[in-house]
Design a protein around this ligand. Structure first.
Ligand code: SF4
Length: 394
């Protein structure tokens, strides 16, 4: 192992792969639809949070460092870019010191347009960041305002240009479909804008109205109406078709990428590979056990600062049945689908034979297809994926 000039540990070994997710729970304001754990936070809270994050990194590295090398790091939130750049620099530096990070690691940061400048981007890159995820959500300023997003389409444009000035091509962006008052024309314009900007990775999220959000209250008191289901289906079908025509492959239900731009980190989640979540409310999956950190900032602080213990509040080793369900649920989201051979090897049973008549019915109805011993969801199937999974798992 050696250290390169960014401080990155260069690892050439046969350790298992680990991905790291770091949650930064700070935003400049709260979006109406957002159920992520995020607060505005004072300067003091931010500083303490990062100090505690470093303690958590040190504690967790004792458990995993010797067995794993890190293949990807994802800094999400929240809005990591709403903080001064040195928080991210020091955070990455601490991960490099405490874990064995591969020199090929994909290192992503989430940004909100309007929260970055040239200096921040330069510092992120010098710290090892090589992939940028820039939230757009919509190109319509009215929809952006209704969502509570504080950026304008011009801010997005500027953010993309700034990142590209440094020669970075690996950029992802996301948009929401199904927001109140959003029309098919809005969706078309947002999508065409991202395509024209040649953003090589696009995530399309169908709006979920989550408990506890401002949007949920507005929907409940009828001050806003959600679009009809038929319209949302039209939106999803439209984006799927256009993205395919424009050379973006759907590699997962919500994720489309040009050749070579699929996210390694995203695929870790759907392929049930090991990942370690650090920070408030972060979730982990390691060696068949799912565990998660507290969502309470005061508790997170107390556990790390006062007690120097991990802020884990839930841990569950999955039973074989739960693992099977996860294998079905997660793999059917992906373009590759459920690999029936791997399923048999892992669980010792032939899934196709076990669910023969149900699978035949779902294939006949056009929800699933069987390709090279993989069970794959069709476009029609993606729209009712939850129901398909429920049937296959019952
Ligand atoms: S910027 Fe993202 S994390 Fe922050 S409030 Fe808005 S949706 Fe939530």
């Amino acid at each position: 192992m050696s250290i390169n000039d960014t401080g990155l540990n260069i690892v050439e070994n046969n350790k298992n792969n680990l991905s790291i997710y770091v949650h930064i729970p700070f935003c400049n304001s709260k979006c109406a639809y957002c159920s992520f754990v995020s607060v505005v936070g004072s300067d003091e809270e931010k500083k303490r949070y990062f100090d505690n994050l470093v303690t958590e990194i040190k504690l967790q590295s004792k458990n995993y460092r010797q067995f794993y090398s890190v293949g990807s790091i994802y800094i999400g939130g929240g809005t990591p870019s709403c903080l001064d750049y040195y928080f991210i620099r020091d955070l990455l530096s601490s991960i490099y010191k405490n874990f064995s990070v591969k020199n090929t690691a994909e290192i992503t940061i989430e940004l909100n347009p309007g929260t970055i400048d040239k200096n921040k981007v330069r510092e992120y890159i010098l710290s090892g960041v090589n992939r940028f995820s820039v939230g757009l959500q919509s190109i319509n300023p009215k929809i952006l305002r209704a969502m509570g997003r504080t950026h304008t389409p011009e801010d997005f444009d500027k953010a993309i240009s700034t990142i590209r000035e440094f020669g970075i091509k690996n950029i992802s962006s996301d948009m929401i479909i199904g927001y109140p008052k959003q029309t098919l024309t809005d969706v078309k314009e947002t999508l065409m804008y991202l395509i024209e900007k040649d953003v090589p990775h696009i995530s399309i999220y169908m709006l979920q109205v989550e408990e506890g959000t401002a949007l949920k209250k507005m929907v409940d008191n009828n001050s806003v109406a959600l679009p009809e289901e038929d319209l949302v289906i039209k939106m999803y079908n439209y984006v799927s078709e256009v993205l395919a025509e424009k050379g973006y492959a759907r590699y997962e239900l919500s994720n489309f990428a040009k050749f070579g731009y699929e996210s390694y980190h995203n695929k870790v989640y759907w392929n049930r590979k090991d990942y370690l979540g650090l920070g408030l409310a972060a979730h982990s999956y390691i060696n068949g056990t799912r565990f998660s950190n507290t969502e309470n900032l005061a508790e997170y602080t107390e556990m790390l600062e006062t007690k120097e213990t991990l802020p884990t509040i839930m841990s569950k080793t999955l039973s074989t049945e739960e693992m099977k369900e996860e294998a079905i649920m997660l793999s059917l989201r992906t373009a590759e689908g459920l690999n029936l051979e791997s399923y048999t090897a892992e669980f010792g049973e032939n899934f196709l034979a076990k669910k023969k008549s149900l699978i035949a019915k779902l294939i006949e109805s056009g929800f699933l297809k069987l390709t090279n011993n993989h069970l794959v969801c069709t476009q029609k199937g993606y729209l009712v994926l939850n129901q398909i999974v429920l049937q296959l798992c019952s």
